[in-house]
Design a protein around this ligand. Structure first.
Ligand code: CU
Length: 459
């Protein structure tokens, strides 16, 4: 009896070796192109202030994650390595990408399993301040999804940019150390049946609490473009820079028809504002939340003029501002849509210690009725917020035009998140121009996780 010995082994080996030259070119073709960007999802310790360490998860060891920047129309390839303990997914917020690449499991994009690597490729666009963030679910786990540090800017540069500014500063705002509280404990006289809400102990601009990052150093006369992003899971932001004014050029990355110059800016979770500030008040200033307690918890950054000395100043009389999108658009009504779709948003109170649920036309995700559309048609979503809470409404893979805000018709303002105040109505139009399922949801992490979500589906 012959035993299969080294001889046979060598033959097998040689056969394998002999085939290598043939397999070589095919193998080379199968190799993935070198990615333009690599994102590694991994746990990290973020020191927002000396001794104040947040244990969280982020991209490439930083919070925010790296700035990804590409030219409009370029095909971009991104390799995502998930070195965290949980399955995750990265969403390209505001980009018009196919459903498979969008980073939303509800649309059928694949999760990045814990320990796995995934390569995603898409054509970048439209131009503007976009961002990327985890689209995992958090539910009751306040360490997950956007409660943590998985967010970053994704800037798509226009093919030609008339740059009306001297320099650019990106600021991603975030709130940290979330905790569930009963609304009954933080406010007086709310309905007793309301469920848990989320509050935060600390906040940051670009991952650092106010006073603990290098100041933004400016020179007199400089025009600074701030690209602001509210990357908070659930908290809105009202921002000011005392004695300076913001000229709003773009919202959610899209140029506004009527740039406005304002003392304060409001950003709901998910929203971006591009605003230019002319630096004409030498000194050392705090740019930050208009809410004193929130600023004290870290929400701000120091702006320092060259040659100025002294402590950073915050000098602003408390102001109330009703944020109104209509001033950035045109008063003329938008063209009539092909169809109007009525959407009612309601809260099912969770009761003390419970969780509120959210419904769209009476149903929560995953039972909510899809919004059915036909390619090429223009749809108007007529939204009625029957709850007392503000909802930043977001549509994936499409932009929309705000066509009515709080009863006022308007046109020309293109966004991908619209903050709909409690017990008010708004209308948004979109062209069904990107077939495949597209997620429509509230950007409040706790609202979307508890039912406030449905899909736009193409017939
Ligand atoms: Cu909401």
């Amino acid at each position: 009896m012959r035993r299969p010995g080294p001889h046979l082994d060598r033959r097998l080996f040689l056969a394998g070796a002999a085939s290598l030259p043939l397999a070589g070119p095919a193998f080379a073709q199968e190799r993935r192109p070198k990615p333009d960007f690599r994102l590694t999802i991994a746990p990290l310790s973020l020191e927002i202030a000396p001794g104040r360490v947040i244990r969280t998860v982020g991209y490439n060891g930083t919070v925010p994650g790296p700035l990804l920047r590409v030219r409009d129309g370029k095909t971009v390839t991104i390799e995502i390595a998930n070195k965290s303990r949980g399955d995750d997914i990265v969403h390209w917020h505001g980009l018009h990408v196919p459903a498979e690449a969008d980073g939303a499991m509800e649309e059928g994009s694949p999760m990045v399993d814990a320990g796995a690597t995934q390569t995603v490729s898409f054509v970048a666009g439209p131009a503007g301040t976009r961002w990327y963030h985890t689209h995992a679910m958090a539910g009751r786990d306040l360490t997950k999804s956007l409660y943590g540090g998985q967010y970053g800017f994704f800037i798509v540069d226009p093919v030609s940019d008339p740059a009306r500014y001297d320099r650019e500063v990106t600021i991603a705002m975030h709130h940290w150390e979330p905790q569930f509280v009963s609304l009954q404990d933080i406010r007086k006289g709310p309905p007793a049946d309301n469920g848990m809400e989320v509050t935060y102990k600390s906040a940051s601009f670009n991952g650092k609490a106010l006073g603990h990052s290098a100041p933004i150093r400016v020179k007199r006369g400089q025009r600074v473009l701030f690209r602001l992003l509210n990357a908070s899971a659930t908290a809105d932001a009202m921002i000011a820079l005392p004695h300076h004014r913001f000229t709003v050029l773009a919202m959610d990355g899209n140029p506004v028809p009527n740039p406005q110059t304002l003392d304060m800016l409001f950003l709901a979770p998910g929203e971006r504002i591009d605003a230019v500030v002319t630096m004409d008040q030498p000194g050392i200033w705090i740019m930050g939340s208009t809410n004193d307690a929130e600023r004290a918890s870290g929400m701000g950054v120091v702006i320092e003029y060259a040659g100025a000395t002294g402590a950073p100043q915050w000098s602003m009389a408390p102001m109330k501002m009703n944020w109104d999108y209509t001033i950035f658009g045109n008063p003329a009504p938008a063209p009539e849509p092909d169809a109007r779709i009525e959407l009612l948003f309601e809260k099912i109170p969770g009761g003390r210690g419970g969780f509120n649920r959210w419904t769209i036309n009476g149903k929560s995700w995953p039972d909510a009725d899809p919004i059915m559309v036909t390619r090429g048609k223009r749809y108007r979503l007529v939204m009625h917020n029957l709850s007392g809470d503000m909802h930043p409404i977001h549509l994936h893979r499409h932009s929309f035009e705000v066509t009515n805000f709080l009863g006022k018709p308007m046109s020309g303002l293109t966004k991908d998140v619209v903050a709909l105040p409690g017990r008010r109505d708004a209308e948004i139009d979109f062209i069904a121009d990107n077939p495949g399922p597209a997620l429509f949801h509230c950007h409040m992490q706790d609202h979307q996780d508890f039912g406030f979500m449905t899909l736009v589906k193409y017939t």
